[in-house]
Design a protein around this ligand. Sequence first.
Ligand code: FAD
Length: 152
Amino acid sequence: MGMSSIAGSNHCKVIIIGSGPAGLTAALYCGRANLNPLIFEGSQPGGQLTITTEVENYPGFEHGIQGPELMDVMRKQAYRFGAKSVFRNIVKVDFTVRPYKLTDEEGQVYFAESVIVSTGASAKWLGLESEKFIWVTVFPPALLATDSFSKE
Ligand SMILES: Cc1cc2nc3c(=O)[nH]c(=O)nc-3n(C[C@H](O)[C@H](O)[C@H](O)COP(=O)(O)OP(=O)(O)OC[C@H]3O[C@@H](n4cnc5c(N)ncnc54)[C@H](O)[C@@H]3O)c2cc1C
């Protein structure tokens, strides 16, 4: 996981909180600098672009690319340089101690020399009929039926 054991704890050079375009770009750069970044992907792995279809304004994709595919490729590119993911939320960060102390949603504690916060945002939905295509076309009906996603 890009970690070594210091006094029995999980210690990283860099922890990145968030796995949208910002987090995965940071992971790519840190990975290329041999910092073995650990990415906490949170509850929306790949970030907001995973809930859209065509992304037409991303440089390098002349004919556009599907949001989930773009994020998948971004993650693989970061992994190529040693980045690793943990699919959990960080619920607490203590910036008053060095190395910084982070706690994930399962109570696991990590230490990091540097922390990159790239927790992005979540879309504010207006409740329009026309927005519903996203929930129908991107999310599997089974997930919708179990109400696994919140529309915040
Ligand atoms: C439907 C839709 C369509 C869009 N289409 C386009 C488009 O075509 N072109 C375009 O340029 N932009 C588009 N956007 C905007 C684009 O998605 C955002 O600008 C972009 O995703 C922001 O990237 P980010 O990395 O800053 O954060 P986000 O993508 O918001 O990712 C945030 C990340 O932080 C994680 N996170 C949050 N809290 C925690 C925590 N406590 N612990 C661990 N992880 C955490 C989340 O799980 C997520 O991985 C669209 C957005 C939406 C909603």
